[in-house]
Write a protein that binds this ligand. Structure first.
Ligand SMILES: Cc1cc2nc3c(=O)[nH]c(=O)nc-3n(C[C@H](O)[C@H](O)[C@H](O)COP(=O)(O)OP(=O)(O)OC[C@H]3O[C@@H](n4cnc5c(N)ncnc54)[C@H](O)[C@@H]3O)c2cc1C
Length: 389
């Protein structure tokens, strides 16, 4: 996904390396961007200036339920290490996704309906500011910066060097997957959108639709038998496999987004898609690489007030994603169709260069407060990019 050729890549193995990289950028006038997992859809961790490659900040320690995680750690490594301690954090599926990028923009995953966003589990962050100052922030120290780092998106205020999470006991999970090639997609979407956002918090069932039919997938913290009972709401057989540690469950889901030639647009929904919208969305999938994904929200995601963290989307029932080849006009046309029923909110971790009112879409009513944090912590706008605060 990384396209620009940087003038310099600083491989950071310590906080001092990060400070040195920032000083170098300040001295030369080069743009400096931090890179964690390098998965940003808008390529914001690429530049023709200086990339701070944080992959060397890869330490993870766990003590008294608090995990201290270096900003270069990726999700696969994090889940595996937490598994050794029988702990977990709610988070996304892609094993190569960086924990810092994920957390700074929110963090949606299979434990989220039970435990909230990844950023909801943050208790502290170490950040290097543009002027080289190293600050520790939490609810009691630099609270406005701590607020802003929970859900506004990466690269906005400083370079995060480590994150501290309140972990949860690693749950034993039940894996859910079904493939239904010939199913009636419109009625399946209707059923899913009425059921999945209101399912028990322990159950996350997502849906993806494409030329090959429908795929239902997700996970449950309930037993296989209880999960199977709940899934009878759907029209076909579902493969349900119980007894998996969370880390193992995660590694069993390959992520279809790991394909740079594809383009993604998305939106949050606070109410169901209308029947006409669904019909238009599913009507043009045949014989193409087009894919519609619906991710169930609700539950603990919405039990946090919209102004409690920078993540503004706390009344959401589901997230809609439209993915196709980069040149396929279907993405824009279908997004415009669906947008009529949408909340207008867009996930900061799925940046969309085509958005017109991006500040309101990403940040809602939190935007003025984020601007104030930006003025306080990065007054020179050292960290700047299109659609940046
Ligand atoms: C294959 C794939 C699977 C995904 N799955 C999920 C999922 O299940 N759930 C979900 O919520 N999201 C998911 N996403 C979206 C993902 O959360 C975002 O793309 C996220 O920003 C990636 O973080 P990164 O560190 O890998 O990327 P990067 O490109 O390295 O960083 C993303 C942004 O954060 C900035 N940044 C990175 N590190 C730091 C730091 N230490 N300090 C300050 N700023 C920093 C970068 O400059 C950039 O602006 C997925 C994306 C992909 C491509």
């Amino acid at each position: 996904m990384i396209t620009l050729e940087p003038r310099l890549v600083v491989v950071c193995r310590s906080v001092s390396d990060v400070v040195a990289g920032l000083r170098q950028g300040a001295a030369t006038g080069d743009r400096v961007v931090p890179r964690g997992g390098g998965h940003c859809f808008a390529r914001r961790s690429s530049t023709d200036g200086i990339v701070l490659d944080l992959s060397g900040l890869d330490e993870i320690s766990v003590r008294d339920g608090i995990a201290t995680v270096g900003a270069g750690v990726r999700l696969g490594a994090l889940y595996a290490e937490l598994h050794r301690h029988r702990r977990a954090v709610p988070g996304g599926c892609g094993p190569g996704v960086g924990i810092a990028g994920l957390t700074l923009g929110g963090g949606i995953g299979l434990l989220g309906r039970k435990y909230g966003l990844t950023c909801d589990r943050l208790v502290g962050v170490q950040v290097v500011l543009a002027d080289g100052r190293v600050v520790e922030c939490s609810e009691s120290s630099e609270p406005e910066l701590f607020w802003a780092l929970r859900g506004a998106g990466g690269g906005q205020f400083g370079v995060v060097t480590s994150l501290r999470f309140a972990t949860v006991p690693e749950p034993v999970m039940t894996r859910i997957e079904a493939r239904w090639p010939g199913v009636d997609l419109a009625s399946l979407v209707s059923r899913w959108q009425e059921w999945a956002p209101d399912a028990p918090d322990e159950v996350t069932v997502n849906l993806s639709l494409g030329a090959g039919g429908a795929r239902l997938f997700g996970a449950s913290m309930l037993s296989a038998a209880a999960t199977r009972d709940l899934l009878q709401v759907f029209p076909g057989p579902v493969d349900v496999q119980g007894g998996l540690p969370y880390a193992e469950l995660k590694s069993s889901f390959a992520d279809p987004l790991e394909r740079p030639e594809l383009r993604l647009r998305s939106e949050f929904f606070t109410s169901s898609l209308r029947a006409g919208t669904v019909a238009a969305l599913v009507g043009e999938l045949a014989g193409t690489r087009r894919e519609i994904s619906l991710t169930a929200m609700g539950g603990a995601y919405n039990r946090v007030a919209a102004e409690a963290t920078a993540f503004a989307h706390r009344r959401t029932r589901f997230l809609l994603e439209l993915v196709a080849n980069a040149g396929d006009p279907w993405v824009d046309a279908s997004w415009a169709n669906a947008h009529v029923d949408g909340s207008g909110g867009v996930y900061p971790n799925f940046p969309d260069p085509a958005l017109e009112d991006w500040a309101s879409a990403y940040h809602g009513s939190n935007y003025p407060r984020l601007q104030a944090v930006k003025r306080a912590y990065d007054p020179q706008r050292f960290f700047a990019f299109p659609q940046g605060i």
